[in-house]
Design a protein around this ligand. Structure first.
Ligand SMILES: O=C(O)CCC(=O)C(=O)O
Length: 315
């Protein structure tokens, strides 16, 4: 393990970092009070600090076909969206074909290109362009798109707040995972993701894949794969260990894998616990421009399970 990675194993390194970013942790204050979490906002936090693993988002408590029609807002959605909301509990995803029109998609692509050209957006080691929403008022505006936010806040049962955007120029090739290991909430299930196709995808440029119904599997959290945690150090297992465990769980369940062959402008919304990833890129010369926006419900505890770091949210 590299020296810096070893250093990050020590929780006090995170506490110091959190202290510097104290303002960005205030979003957790009301929820800590509500759920009786007696810890400073800068402290490490994980599922072990919560009273149960059972509390869930309102739409996960029963079946969406029974729950959604009783809400006033439901009848204001299009027939297509209504049908998909009724099946949310079965599928764990929703598809909005042609949601963004061509000029809008081109404007997003231009904006990302500009930010990359100006080196304001730099690819991470795994080729992600992170947090364009924090440096571009145009991208921020996209995350707040009204029709989109109405659907998201309906599904999560309250106000949603964008946490991050991730832009891809090439397919991610990312292994199967649930976002709840990266952006965890208490109660569970209060994260939602929006994937936007910024060009057509095909089997050659590494399209998105997903397992319908996988969101109903138990949430995989530190207790399920990590070990060796102490009061001062994080568990000894790594993200790769998590990926191995989730792949095994999917294989055991024999869930069907589906591939989203998106057209430019299509949107795919997934549940906090839907297992998904990126297909291997068959032709490395092809781009696969896309943007993911992750949203949290506003009034829940938001953090990162593996590193036990509370999420940093813009004030
Ligand atoms: O776009 C992809 O290939 C995968 C994105 C993803 O898995 C995520 O953002 O959680």
């Amino acid at each position: 393990m590299a020296a810096f990675d070893r250093f990050k194993q020590f929780k006090f390194a995170h506490w110091a970092y959190n202290l510097v970013h104290y303002k960005s942790l205030l979003h957790n204050k009301a929820a800590y009070k509500k759920y009786n979490i007696n810890k400073p906002l800068i402290a490490s936090i994980s599922s072990k600090d919560f009273p149960d693993k059972e509390s869930k988002a309102w739409l996960d408590i029963g079946h969406s076909k029974n729950l959604v029609p009783s809400k006033e807002q439901f009848k204001h959605f299009s027939m297509d969206v209504q049908q998909q909301l009724l099946s949310w509990s079965d599928n764990g995803y929703l598809i909005l074909n042609n949601f963004f029109d061509n000029p809008m998609v081109e404007s997003i692509n231009k904006e990302i290109e500009k930010l990359v050209g100006q080196k304001k957006l730099q690819p991470t080691h795994d080729n992600k362009l992170m947090f364009a929403n924090k440096i571009s008022s145009f991208i921020k505006k996209i995350t707040l798109e009204k029709r989109l936010n109405e659907i998201l806040s309906f599904i999560l049962g309250g106000e949603v707040v964008p946490f991050q955007t991730i832009n891809f120029i090439y397919g991610s090739g990312q292994r199967a995972h649930s976002d709840s290991i990266h952006m965890t909430t208490y109660p569970l299930g209060y994260l939602i993701a929006v994937w936007v196709a910024l060009e057509d995808t095909s089997i050659d440029n590494g399209p998105l894949f997903y397992y319908p119904g996988s969101h109903r599997m138990p949430y995989l959290l530190n207790n399920d794969f990590n070990e060796g945690e102490t009061a001062l150090t994080l568990g000894k297992k790594d993200y790769v260990d998590y990926e191995d465990v989730i792949e095994k769980a999917i294989a055991e369940k024999q869930l069907e894998k589906k591939i989203f062959l998106a057209k430019k402008g299509d949107v795919f919304i997934w549940h906090a616990n839907l297992v998904h990833g990126g297909m291997p890129v068959a032709n490395a010369e092809l781009t696969r421009k896309s943007m993911v926006i992750h949203y949290f419900a506003n009034d829940v505890i938001k953090y990162h399970e593996i590193s036990e770091r509370p999420s940093l949210m813009e004030g």
